[in-house]
Design a protein around this ligand. Structure first.
Ligand code: M6R
Length: 604
């Protein structure tokens, strides 16, 4: 949450900052602002609302300079307003600060600083940082920052500049920061996409590291100023991957990228003849006796599918937990536990903390993560990357299918190692996996059938999503997608559970999306469908190609290609993503930046 950009070099800083913020707006869009060093002064421009408000302000009143910081905000303390927008400054507007995270002891610090004569302008926790740096600043910016952060409690990333100082000083504790290395210029951002137009050579800052940038060099130290050896990495994403590429929205582009993502996630990891899977990991799984999957949001629903897959393939007991619950519920973590953190961003703080909890209790740890160099990847024993490319749309789509594929790979690998899947079964599954990308493409090629349903049901007030077995999580994910971007109330239930309560909601105004594809419980799903119809519910059934029974009962059908039940969530989720997208678009909503949300949730 909150996008951060900084630049020092010879270019027009405001252009670099705005371009960076444009690529990071998915991190928060309550307000945006920049501070640029202009001569011996700092020039600030800040606007409530989307980045376009700030760009308009800059058009009317431009700023000149080659060093600056920029921020796009997801509000925590203080409502969205021009005043609460970052950067925040000290009393004399000589020091400017941007911040992501929460300063837990800000009230105490604010009272102390006010008592010492500092005047505050905003209601944010962030402003205390500017005044603290002011208090300690005697000409050496990094020295003042080291002293100031010594007094801060909480999880944060901060970036500080001072008038007349040719430096950018950044500190990371928990919230992510990445330095971009240039020639005669250097960059800093909260996420890689902001850096892609300029450089792919980066340094991912670790917790407790400080970066001091000027145009010629980057110095990394610990919080006490001691130099730290770090090796730059090269990111394999390119700038085009973080563009819309002709689609109206990133979300739609990312939905359409899924056939390719499936190939990339599986690619090179399947060994057809032996039926084995090469995950390319150093982690020894031979002592694993149980698996704990921890995740949030869509990653949690992917993990729910993972439970079915891992239990079926590897015959291991699997627990799935919402990360924010796991860490506070005193979990039992016996010897032989493998804790798997599933996360697109690798930065979700709840997931990171759950993982730390599992590790403290002796678990081995594995990350299923998309973003390279992210916090989770640095703390786990090993990482299985999703290779989904940058996901910009706030509603996760391609990372979700990437997670499902990675969980299938993990299940297959454990199953082969433990002898719970024989070579024949494994080879058959691998053949099925190889078909997946084409099957998802077929769903996308028939998107117009889904769009027709979007047209019919765009004005519904509520939706019920039902799914059973391994497709119960598909219903949960379908409902989440619809809620997030269309603001329609949607609930998901396990189909068999409907008669225990939610059936009371069903009437002629309630569209019920039912996952009714071929499965071991298909007959039971048909009975449940009849129960909905008996109460005049409107059923939108997701059925397998050629199905006649469900199709005969339902009010509308979406057909998907037939595939093994264990892999069906990967195909079935796609029409539900398309439906959510289509409805949100028809309702004229901001699909890529839905209200109140942000892409990576780095506060608890
Ligand atoms: O980056 P992560 O996968 O850890 O993010 C987890 C959730 O915040 C995320 O899936 C969220 O629920 C999305 N908005 C879902 O579309």
């Amino acid at each position: 949450m909150c996008g951060i950009v900084a630049y020092v070099g010879e270019r027009d800083a405001s252009e670099v900052l705005i371009e960076g913020l444009r690529r990071l707006e998915y991190r928060g869009y309550d307000s945006a602002g920049i501070a640029v060093q202009s001569g011996s002064r700092l020039e600030l421009r800040k606007r409530q609302g989307k980045l376009s408000n700030l760009t308009l302000a800059l058009r009317e009143n431009p700023v000149q300079g080659n060093l600056g910081i920029g921020h796009t905000r997801w509000a925590t303390h203080g409502r969205p307003s021009d005043l609460n927008a970052h950067p925040h400054t000290d009393c004399r507007e000589q020091i400017a600060v941007i911040h992501n995270g929460i300063i837990e002891n800000y009230l105490l610090l604010r009272r102390e600083l006010e008592a010492q004569g500092h005047t505050f302008r905003s209601q944010t926790d962030s402003e205390v940082i500017a005044h603290l740096v002011e208090k300690y600043f005697t000409g050496d910016l990094s020295a003042a920052v080291y002293r100031a952060v010594g007094e801060l409690q909480g999880a944060y990333a901060i970036v500080v500049i001072a008038a007349g100082t040719e430096q950018v000083v950044a500190v990371r504790t928990v919230s992510p920061l990445v330095v971009g290395l240039g020639e005669g210029e250097n960059f800093l951002a909260s996420d890689v996409p902001a850096l892609l137009p300029y450089t792919r050579r980066v340094i991912f800052l670790a917790d407790g590291q400080v970066a001091v940038l000027d145009r010629h060099q980057v110095r990394i130290t610990n919080l006490r100023g001691r130099p730290v050896e770090v090796k730059p990495s090269t990111v394999d994403w390119n700038p085009v991957m973080a563009e819309k590429g002709g689609f109206d929205h990133f979300m739609l582009k990312e939905i359409y990228e899924q056939p390719q993502v499936i190939q990339q996630t599986l690619g090179g990891r399947l060994i057809d003849q032996s039926g084995d899977v090469d995950l390319g990991l150093g982690l020894d799984f031979s002592q694993v006796q149980r698996v704990h999957l921890v995740a949030c949001g869509s990653a949690f629903y992917a993990s729910c599918v993972g439970k079915y897959v891992l239990e079926r393939f590897a015959r291991l007991p699997v627990e799935v937990d919402l990360a924010s619950e796991y860490r506070y519920r005193d979990p039992v973590v016996p010897e032989g536990t493998l804790a798997v953190a599933v996360s697109q961003s690798g930065e979700t703080i709840d997931t990171l903390e759950a993982l730390r909890e599992a590790r403290r209790r002796g678990a081995k740890t594995l990350g299923l993560v998309n973003v390279k160099g992210s916090s989770i990847t640095r703390e786990v024993d090993d990482t299985l990357y999703l290779h989904a490319g940058p996901e910009i749309g706030v509603a996760s789509t391609k990372a979700y299918t990437g997670m499902l594929c990675a969980l299938v790979l993990l299940g297959l690998h454990l199953g082969r190692q433990r002898g719970t899947i024989d070579q024949k079964q494994a080879s058959w599954l691998i053949a099925e996996l190889r078909r997946l990308s084409g099957l998802v493409q077929q769903v996308l090629d028939h998107a117009e059938a889904v769009n027709e349903l979007g047209r019919r049901f765009q004005n519904a007030r509520d939706f019920l999503f039902l799914g059973r077995g391994i497709n119960f999580p598909t219903a949960l994910e379908g409902a989440l997608k619809l809620k997030e971007i269309s603001y329609i109330h949607a609930e998901a239930y396990a189909t068999g559970e409907m008669k225990h309560g939610p059936i009371a909601l069903i009437d002629a105004n309630m569209p019920v999306v039912m996952v009714a594809t071929e499965s071991a419980v298909y007959d039971k799903v048909i009975s449940n469908l009849q129960e909905v119809k008996a109460r005049e519910g409107i059923v939108l059934a997701l059925v397998s190609e050629g199905d006649t029974r469900a199709a005969a009962l339902a009010d509308a059908v979406i057909q998907v290609p037939r595939v093994s039940e264990l892999l069906s969530p990967i195909v079935n989720v796609v029409p539900l993503q398309l439906l959510a997208y289509d409805i949100a678009k028809r309702r004229g909503l901001d699909v890529d930046q839905p209200r109140n949300l942000a892409k990576a949730v780095t506060v608890e």
